[in-house]
Design a binder for this molecule. Structure first.
Ligand SMILES: Nc1ncnc2c1ncn2[C@@H]1O[C@H](COP(=O)(O)O)[C@@H](OP(=O)(O)O)[C@H]1O
Ligand SMILES: [Mg+2]
Ligand SMILES: [Mg+2]
Ligand SMILES: [Mg+2]
Length: 305
């Protein structure tokens, strides 16, 4: 029997995300980040963002030429150095069985959303633990699979870097699931893109504590590992590549990630890539719709305008 496409795409993405992570470490070690501003000082790009994206898109498109792959850093030159091309699929992942409902998906039905370096602002400031590589796998318009690679995670055995993955219908791997303390409401939000509206939404939810960290990937890791109950971002600043992989991993775990009104984003290839209606993510123990109801209507109206 041939291996189902979704399993092969996940397995190649796992190895590719790790390779991209090693490129991110190499660029930092060399010390010349090559920072450019994209749409202003709140929107930076470094040599690591550019090179990691080239590695990911060249590797995935070579093996899966019929898949639409959309990366944060725009069109990439796919003539990359041989050492950046990953062709091996992760064997450990391939030991899992494919969920029944995903057995027959054809290459043309996938859309892959790539954020080669999530948490660029934190990367440039040396807050390296916040940095992740995100590869999100959508089928038609839904986020189904995701890889969150953390290049600076320190393993207990001394190894550096870890891969967290999730696939709907199969589950998650690469981390120790944990629930946050009961009777509290700990919210994680942006560290570098705080606005009055972002603050207003936080205030409306009466958190017992707010954790400000960088990156959509790292914020969802806070939910998976029991550091926070919810991720709340009342801003149109995130894009589909920020949320596709985190949404798939969190939902494979039993949580939920939507816009602030509680509606799932579409990850179809032709969507406007801006997450205009903000981000709301919750752990499985929390009623997502209950939190969405607590978001004031005027905040939703402001985002919608
Ligand atoms: N106002 C804004 N302008 C540009 N990017 C924004 C933004 N608000 C959020 N983002 C992007 O969304 C991701 C999570 O943001 P935050 O850390 O503030 O929660 C980051 O991804 P990148 O680092 O991949 O660009 C960040 O750049
Ligand atoms: Mg960016
Ligand atoms: Mg990002
Ligand atoms: Mg990025």
């Amino acid at each position: 029997m041939t291996t189902p496409k979704v399993m092969r795409i996940m397995a190649l993405s796992i190895n590719t995300a790790a390779r991209a992570g090693s490129i991110i470490r190499e660029v930092m070690q060399r010390g010349n980040l090559g920072i450019v501003e994209k749409e202003g000082k709140d929107d930076l790009q470094t040599e690591a963002d550019r090179s990691a994206q080239q590695c990911i898109i060249a590797s995935l498109s070579r093996k899966f030429p019929n898949i639409t792959i959309i990366g944060e850093e725009g069109d990439s030159n796919l003539n990359v150095k041989a050492e950046w091309l990953v062709s091996e699929e992760n064997e450990e992942f391939l030991t899992h069985s494919c969920p029944e409902e995903l057995l027959e998906i054809k290459e043309e039905e996938f859309v892959i959303w790539v954020d080669p370096l999530d948490g660029t602002s934190e990367y440039t400031k040396g807050l390296l633990e916040h940095v992740t590589v995100l590869i999100g796998i959508a089928i038609k318009d839904r986020a189904v699979g995701g890889i969150i690679y953390q290049p600076y995670y320190k393993q207990s055995n001394g190894d550096i870097g870890r891969t967290v993955w999730g696939l709907k219908g199969l589950g998650t791997g690469g981390f120790e699931p944990k629930s946050p303390p009961k009777g509290q409401m700990i919210i994680t939000t942006t560290r570098s893109h705080l606005t009055p509206l972002v603050q207003q939404a936080l205030d409306a939810l009466s958190p017992t504590k707010v954790i400000k960290v960088g990156g959509a990937g790292y914020k969802v890791l806070q939910l998976l590992e029991g550091k926070a109950h919810a991720y709340v971002f009342a801003s149109p600043g995130c894009k589909r590549w920020d949320t596709c992989a985190p949404e798939a991993v969190l939902e494979a775990y039993g949580g939920t990630l939507t816009d602030l009104a509680g509606i799932h984003y579409s990850y179809a290839a032709d969507v406007d890539y801006k997450n205009r209606m903000g981000v709301l993510a919750t752990i499985p123990e929390i009623s997502h719709s209950e939190i969405a109801r607590q978001v004031p209507n005027d905040i939703i109206a402001t985002l919608r305008a």
